[in-house]
Design a protein around this ligand. Structure first.
Ligand code: KG4
Ligand code: ZN
Length: 341
């Protein structure tokens, strides 16, 4: 029997993605192709993602991305078991572009379609890369999300806690902007932090509270205040900028690590501690979380960077997980801009 191969399509934010993934004999996924075209350049001058521009770019790039994913993998439509597409949560224009494109393709190629929750895509990535078994604890930390999930099955997630205000990636992006660094801010702040030291005192909100809820907006405000206080003739000295980056990054790593401990206490029996989402690409944050898992004798699973940020391989994989359970969606599949797990 041919091994299940699924085409994944992602267009929920500012990356258009198409990927082909199939199940390996050892239970993991084999990525046959993974095309991501980023819109960073298109949005750079606006200091954030402009939904209208994003939707247009997705419409323009979807067919070429799928074509490239198919030819990179050397596959034809008849090799596919199904098409999986991100149906939410995310920006409505991009989601609608992706879902309607995938539906048309599914009809033309006569294959079933699966609408995938983007967060489930991130949360199931440790099974794609490392065949991690259920249940495991997942810290999903990106530009739009920050939550602890107990992952119990392909469609079974228990939310243990999360941010009560901003997502850390959003804070990284805003701080980069405030420090006159380019977007997306995460990698820029991480690079800046390498030249600085975490010597500027910053608050760590909610650490004295039980549970694993987190808060990052007060931290962001404190960084802005420290920046204003350090201005010399209206300019920020380079060393202060680097120290602010380092201090902010250390505070985020600290909050995530301490709340991960609380989340592990709440999660009970788990097979691993895993992270995903764009912020999980941060080296200092990864190191803090990995130390913590090691101290608890738990395997720490962090997907390679390209699979931490938005991509279609994780959507294809989440599709495989549902397909193996005999699930698929009907022609009434629609975009769901709000779709909690
Ligand atoms: O998962 P993702 O690609 O998109 C969603 O938000 O769903 O995450 C993007 C976020 C951005 O806010 C970006 O600044 C942040 O992840 N990010 C980082 C790093 N690389 C990306 N944050 C901190 N350090 C990084 N190295
Ligand atoms: Zn994402």
């Amino acid at each position: 029997t041919p091994r299940t191969t699924i085409l994944g399509i992602e267009s929920s934010c500012d990356d258009t993605g198409a990927a082909l993934v199939r199940v390996c004999a050892d239970g993991r996924g084999e990525i046959l192709s993974n095309v991501v075209s980023s819109q960073t350049e298109l949005h750079r001058d606006f200091g954030g993602v402009v939904p209208e521009i994003a939707a247009r770019a997705h419409v323009e790039k979807l067919d070429l991305s799928v074509e490239k994913a198919m030819s990179d993998a050397g596959l034809a439509p008849q090799d596919l078991a199904a098409i999986a597409v991100t149906a939410g949560p995310g920006l409505i224009g991009g989601l609608m572009a992706g879902v309607s494109f995938a539906k048309a393709l599914a009809v033309a190629w006569d294959v079933p379609i699966l609408g995938i929750n983007h967060l489930a895509g991130h949360a199931l990535t440790p099974r794609l890369t490392d065949a991690v078994s259920f249940p495991y604890l997942m810290l999903l930390v990106s530009g739009g999300h920050c939550q602890f999930l107990r992952v119990e099955g392909p469609t079974r997630f228990t939310r243990l806690g999360g941010t009560i205000d901003d997502a850390p990636g959003e804070a990284f992006d805003k701080i980069a902007k405030a420090l006159a660094l380019p977007q997306p801010g995460g990698p820029q702040v991480e690079a800046g932090a390498r030249d600085g030291q975490a010597t500027i005192p910053l608050p760590r909100p909610l650490l004295d509270r039980a549970g694993c809820d987190m808060s990052f907006s007060g931290l962001k405000t404190a960084v802005l205040r420290a920046r204003d206080a350090a201005l010399v003739d209206g300019a920020l000295p380079r060393t202060v900028r680097a120290d602010l980056c380092a201090s902010f990054q250390a505070a985020v790593a600290d909050i995530l690590a301490r709340k991960s401990q609380a989340a592990l206490d709440m999660a009970g029996d788990v097979t691993a501690f895993a992270v995903a989402g764009g912020v999980a690409a941060n080296g200092a944050i990864r190191a803090a979380l990995s130390d913590l898992a090691q101290a608890r004798n738990l395997p720490f699973v962090a997907p390679p960077l390209a699979l931490c940020t938005d991509n279609a391989a994780m959507i294809a994989w989440a599709g495989i997980e549902r397909f193996r359970l005999g699930q698929s969606d009907g022609p009434d599949l629609g975009a769901r801009p709000r779709w909690p797990l």
